[in-house]
Design a protein around this ligand. Structure first.
Ligand SMILES: Nc1nc2c(ncn2[C@@H]2O[C@H](COP(=O)(O)OP(=O)(O)OP(=O)(O)O)[C@@H](O)[C@H]2O)c(=O)[nH]1
Ligand SMILES: [Mg+2]
Length: 224
């Protein structure tokens, strides 16, 4: 696919690329709005983006892989990580604890790679307080309530009582769209993915993120 080829050409290891600091791309949405599908597509097609793998005390679901989907840990280890300040943010969601390990994120940003976060509004608020300059926040809305319910039901990963619980929470969660920089209504996966790519392209070009610019311009002015 050309998108991959182009991405590689301009990738983090391209010696001609202007050095930049990576950014933190946060995707939040109510359950079932399509955030995970969008994230998967971006990760598969953009080699400069990597996923932040959260720790969670939630039990692993069939099909989930430890270390890929989440690091599945118990409450004791979770508290240990909180106390050692090893989490960039953490929150309780649907009765389980979730948190973002700090070190992989910091390493990626310093190396000019972008990190994608699938976290809720509570985590986003904490990141806004701590790492605002690196943050790009996108909120995904469903096209309608009926469509949201349909997606939650056909996903078939959760029992009906959990679906009902998530629908009830959706209205609450959606009120947080005001705390995000960009809002996408997910009518079609392909369009939403294109829109996220457009945001990524723009945000990467921000002057403050292009840390190699002064050297580059110096070279230009010296005729190199
Ligand atoms: N604050 C915070 N939220 C997280 C983190 N990891 C996952 N979440 C959020 O926790 C919620 C539940 O995630 P999961 O247990 O994986 O369930 P899911 O079926 O993927 O839920 P939805 O994505 O909401 O449909 C989602 O809203 C995630 O965005 C994290 O490290 N921090
Ligand atoms: Mg999800």
């Amino acid at each position: 696919m050309t998108a991959i080829a182009n991405g590689r050409k301009a990738g983090a290891h391209d010696p001609f690329r202007i050095t930049r600091r990576g950014l933190m791309l946060v995707l939040s949405s109510p359950s079932g709005a399509g955030k995970s599908s969008i994230a998967r597509e971006i990760l598969e097609t953009d080699p400069e983006v990597e996923m932040s793998v959260s720790v969670t005390t939630r039990p692993r679901r069939p099909g989930e892989v430890d270390g890929r989907d989440y690091h599945f840990i118990d409450a004791t280890d979770f508290n240990l990580m909180v106390n050692r300040d090893e989490l960039l943010e953490h929150a309780k969601v649907f009765g389980n604890y979730y948190g973002t390990p700090r070190k992989p994120v910091m390493d990626a940003l310093a190396e000019g790679r972008d990190v994608l976060f699938d976290i809720d509004w509570q985590g986003t608020q904490q990141l806004t307080e701590r790492t605002a300059d690196d943050l790009v926040r996108i909120f995904i809305l469903p096209p309608s309530t009926a469509e949201l319910e349909r997606r939650l039901q056909t996903r078939a990963q959760d029992p009906p009582d959990v679906v009902a619980q998530r629908m009830a929470k959706a209205a609450d969660e959606m009120s947080h769209y005001l705390e995000y920089d960009w809002v996408i209504v997910n009518r079609s996966l392909a369009d939403s993915v294109d829109q996220v790519r457009a945001i990524l392209t723009s945000e990467r070009l921000r002057r403050r993120r292009q840390t190699g610019l002064s050297d580059f311009v110096k070279g230009l002015r010296e005729g190199r």
